[in-house]
Design a protein around this ligand. Structure first.
Ligand code: AMP
Ligand code: ZN
Length: 114
């Protein structure tokens, strides 16, 4: 997708602050962090929203969660805890239409979320 910000990060046209990558996903620090650790895990493949995922994407979606688990461990947040969030469409506040898993850690997170 030519006009997709996160596809440009995958291609290297825009350089994110990378924290982890595999052959299927990359992860980088959020530009507007909401917690001491705020990383975004994205698939290299463009999927616009969670609504657009299909059964063939199941392993990829699982790899996103495992990447977040790896980063949380790597940064020392496995035991204190962390939150994984995927926003879908307007009511959830999705602003970038290439799916991404938010990894938030390093402070007490409120529930329910706003
Ligand atoms: P969402 O609201 O779930 O679509 O989340 C999009 C996230 O992307 C927000 O937390 C933004 O701060 C983050 N974001 C937007 N542009 C960039 C960028 N250039 N580098 C890193 N994170 C970004
Ligand atoms: Zn994209």
């Amino acid at each position: 997708m030519d006009d997709c910000l996160f596809c440009k990060m995958v291609s290297g046209e825009i350089k994110p602050d990378l924290v982890y990558e595999t052959d299927q996903v990359i992860a980088f620090r959020d530009i507007n962090p909401q917690a001491p650790l705020h990383a975004l895990v994205i698939p290299r493949q463009h999927i616009a929203t969670v609504n657009d995922a299909v059964p063939a994407d199941a392993a990829l979606l699982g790899q996103m969660v495992l990447a977040a688990q790896h980063i949380a461990k790597q940064e020392g947040y496995a035991k204190p805890g962390y939150r994984l969030v995927m926003n879908c469409n307007a009511d959830a506040g999705q602003t970038v239409f290439h799916i991404h898993l938010h990894l938030l850690a390093g402070r007490q997170l409120g529930w329910p979320p706003g």
